[in-house]
Structure formats: C-alpha cells, structure tokens
Design a protein around this ligand. Structure first.
Ligand SMILES: Cc1cc2nc3c(=O)[nH]c(=O)nc-3n(C[C@H](O)[C@H](O)[C@H](O)COP(=O)(O)OP(=O)(O)OC[C@H]3O[C@@H](n4cnc5c(N)ncnc54)[C@H](O)[C@@H]3O)c2cc1C
Length: 404
C-alpha cells in the first residue's frame, strides 16, 4: 500500500512536552498507510479486517487497554507510559486523523467503552472486558443515543427489568447512530432501571445474545464509523454484566457516561483538527501562498492552531482531574466548525471542479460533517460555551498551567 507523507509540525503545539512531541512523531511514522486505507474504508468499512496487524491499528486497539494485558507491541516504553491519558489521546487521534479519521473509527478495540469500564466496572468485570479485547480484535459499541433522544440523553427510554426466569435482567429498546453497532461483537448499552437521571444503568451486551439485532445506517461521510440502528427485544443480561453494582446510584450509569463524554470530546476535537490541518496543508501544496486566498487560508490555520492549543489545555486538565465542561465544549464545537470551514475554503479556492477532480478532497469534505454531531451536537455545545462565558470561565485565556 502506498505511503502518504505528513506535513511538518503545525503551530499550537507549545503545551506539549518532549514526550508528547515524540508520541506525535511516532504516530506519523505508523500512519503513513492510513490515507490509502481510508479510501478503501470509504468504499467498504469492513476492509479493515485485512489490516488489523498494522502498527497504527494495533496502537489504537491497545491505547486504552491497561498495559498488563498487552502482548508484545512495537511501542517505545517511554511513550506507552502516557497511553490512555486525554492529552495523549488528543495527540494520537489528531495525527492519525490527519492521515484519515475512518481508520480509527473502523478499527477493533474498546474505543469509547474503556473509560466507562474504568469508571464503572468492578475488578472482575474489568478483567473480563480487557482480557477479551486483548485476546482478539473484537469491535465494540457504546450505545447511548436513541431515535428520539439524541441530545436529551438523560431521557433515554431503553429499559432494564428483572428477568422473571433468572437472577439477571431483560433489556428492551432501540438505539441509533451507534458506531460499529452492527459490526461489533460486544459493547455497552445505557438503559433505564428506574425513573429519573439516577435510574440510568450501563450493561455489557454480547451481540450474539438472542433478541439482539442491528443494521448499518446508510451514511454519506465518515463511513468507517459504521453508524447503526440497534434493537433489543428481551435480551438476557447476566447479573454480572450490570456495571457498577459496587457503587452508589449517583456514581453509576449516568456518571459513567459523563466520564466518557468529557474524556472523548477532546479526542473528537482532535480528529476534526487533524482533518482541518490536512486540508490546509493540501491547499499549501497546491501552491496557495499570498493574495486574498492566502490570507483567508492563514486565518483558518490560525484558528486551527488556537483550537488545538485550547484542546491540549482541556485534555491536560482532565488528566489532572480538572474537568471544565465549558472549555471542552468550546474546543469540540470550534474544531468541528473549523474543519468544515477548511473544506469549504478549499472548494472555493480550488474551484467547484476540485471536488470532482480530487477524490481525497471530496472524501474529507464529506467526512468532516460528522464531527458536528459526534459527542454532542454543535448547538448544545454552544449553549454550554455561553454558560461558561456568563460564569467568566474564558477570561483567563489558555495559559500553560494552573487550574481553570
Ligand atoms: C459519526 C457518528 C458517530 C456516532 N457514534 C455514536 C456512538 O458510538 N454511540 C452513540 O450513542 N451515539 C453516537 N452518535 C450519535 C450522536 O451522539 C448524536 O447524533 C448526537 O448526540 C445528536 O443527537 P441527534 O442526532 O439525535 O440530534 P438531536 O439531538 O435531535 O439534534 C438535532 C438538531 O437540533 C439541535 N438541538 C438539539 N438540542 C438543542 C437545544 N437544546 N438547543 C438548540 N438546538 C438543539 C442540534 O444541534 C441539531 O442540529 C454518533 C453520531 C455520528 C454522526
């Protein structure tokens, strides 16, 4: 498969230390084939099956798996030590998405579920989960969204009720737009055991269970995500698959979902930034330098750099236990928007025919539109940014350290 060459180090990396910069370079070196592979996945997302042993795909698969479960992996120990952190995730997701975001989303591994497992599972549940995913390249799903309950996730209606024929549970309901829902072998489903926000639970669901069905939804872009509709009809959930039974209700289902969303959003923002930077570099390679077009491109590049810096700051803060939903929302919404703006600018400056003549540009033009909806729709994040502005959370700028 032909290698793709990345651009140089972009601006806005100044909050990264030497180790994070080395991680970024390592990700360059293992994602050279991703752009070509992304084109294949756009046609057939299951084509990932022939590439699960690529070093970059393995890196993604084990990124959030505790090291005690790792096989021999070709990752320098100094870099492996930061795997699983939010900041490293922002670095890795951006660099890989610069090459192609579909490869990450189509790849096997725990994906979003690891953070929920870390937050909610007891030791035996976590051991079963990570042992399984270390043993084989299974795909996973993380199912929250329902057909009529997207942004209003706390109103989800999928139910969990005691199984009259055993000591476990029965799951009933429907989910939609769930990544890898129709492809994965196992995953987490958020459901309701009682009314109200604290009645939400998370269960591990095996896709082979009777009563489980799922179908791929047709999608225009980011096809590697394989968004799916899922249905559960009296699906038996063994007692040990209900997460967080050792925790108080306030620490369980919804709490776990929030942990995942806060930690995932800098990753989604990073994916959008990787695409935006790739489009800007593409335009530079087409010879765009000065003039009005060059100035507009410089403005987009400056926005990418500023949002990257904010994203690194929020990710580093999460790693230090400081979660600021307003800044996280600002980075995610800003990254999704600048990625769209970069593709619109490219189509305008290169001319509408560029989307016919240049298959990569046409694909990234379609792909980036998904970021608006992943991990919360843009308007919902803008509402959070506005609340943050009212609270004065953005007055300090994006300094190098200290609490927000
Ligand atoms: C590629 C992709 C992968 C995904 N993967 C997963 C996954 O793995 N698991 C999962 O559970 N979900 C997943 N989703 C679903 C995603 O989380 C939802 O699309 C998102 O939460 C928005 O929900 P919705 O699509 O129902 O839109 P809605 O919530 O119905 O929103 C529709 C429109 O209304 C606007 N809106 C909503 N509420 C407000 C408000 N209060 N004020 C103003 N405007 C508002 C939104 O901005 C949007 O424009 C994925 C989506 C995509 C695109």
């Amino acid at each position: 498969m032909a290698e793709f060459h990345h651009g140089g180090a972009p601006a806005g990396l100044d909050l990264l230390d030497d180790r994070m910069r080395a991680l970024d370079r390592h990700c360059w070196s293992v994602s050279g084939e991703f752009r070509k592979l992304g084109e294949l996945l756009d046609q057939d997302p299951d084509a990932i099956d022939g590439h699960v042993d690529l070093p970059g795909v393995l890196l993604y698969r084990f990124f959030s798996v505790p090291r005690s479960y790792w096989p021999e992996l070709d990752v320098p120990a100094r870099l492996a030590a930061v795997f699983g952190t939010s900041l490293a995730q922002a670095v890795v997701w951006e660099r890989f998405s610069y090459a192609d975001p579909n490869v990450l989303l189509a790849s096997p591994g725990p994906a979003l579920s690891s953070d929920a497992i870390h937050a909610l599972a007891d030791a035996a549940q976590a051991d079963r989960w990570f042992s399984r995913l270390a043993d084989r390249p299974d795909h996973t799903f993380f199912a929250v969204t329902e057909p009529a309950k997207g942004s209003a996730a706390t109103e989800l209606t999928t139910t969990l009720r005691p199984d009259p024929d055993g000591d476990g549970w029965l799951l009933d309901g429907e989910k939609c737009y769930v990544g890898n829902g129709a492809r994965a072998q196992v995953g987490l489903v958020f459901c309701r055991r009682a009314p109200g926000p604290w009645g939400i639970e998370a269960v591990i669901v095996d896709a082979a269970s009777p009563g489980f069905s799922a179908e791929l939804l047709p999608s225009v872009g980011l096809r590697g995500a394989r968004i799916s509709r899922m249905r559960f009809r009296d699906v038996r959930i063994p007692r040990q698959n209900l997460l967080g039974q050792h925790l108080r209700p306030t620490q369980r289902g919804l709490h776990g979902a929030r942990q995942v969303f806060y930690r995932a959003r800098p990753g989604i923002a990073a994916m959008a930034l990787g695409c935006a930077q790739a489009v800007c570099d593409h335009l530079r390679r087409q010879g765009l330098r000065g003039g009005a077009g060059g100035d507009r491109l410089s403005t987009v590049e400056d926005r990418v750099a500023a949002i990257r810096r904010l994203n690194h700051r929020t990710a580093a803060d999460i790693d230090h236990g400081l979660v600021d939903p307003h800044r996280i929302a600002a980075a995610k919404a800003g990254a999704a928007r600048v990625a769209e703006d970069a593709t619109l600018l490219a189509a305008e400056l290169l001319g509408p025919a560029s989307l016919l003549d240049d298959p990569w540009l046409e694909k990234v033009y379609r792909d980036v539109r998904a970021f608006e909806f992943m991990e919360g729709a843009g308007n919902v994040h803008l509402l959070s940014v506005f609340q943050g502005l009212l609270k004065g959370r953005f007055l300090e700028g994006v300094g190098a350290g200290g609490a927000v």
